[in-house]
Ligand binder design. Structure first.
Ligand SMILES: [Zn+2]
Length: 49
């Protein structure tokens, strides 16, 4: 099963790839992943399974 990510920075709109991945936090609501863009903004995405 492959996961297709099409994330964009909330600040500058640049596409965020896996190498921008910063950290992941898992809670009852699911997994949240933080991506840090080159512009310094951090975008959070929620992954539900
Ligand atoms: Zn950015």
């Amino acid at each position: 099963m492959q996961e297709q990510l099409s994330l964009a920075c909330e600040s500058c709109g640049r596409g965020l790839a896996d190498d921008s991945f910063a950290l992941s936090v898992t809670s009852d609501a699911g997994e949240r992943r933080a991506y840090e863009c080159g512009c310094g903004a951090v975008t959070i995405s929620v992954v539900r399974e």
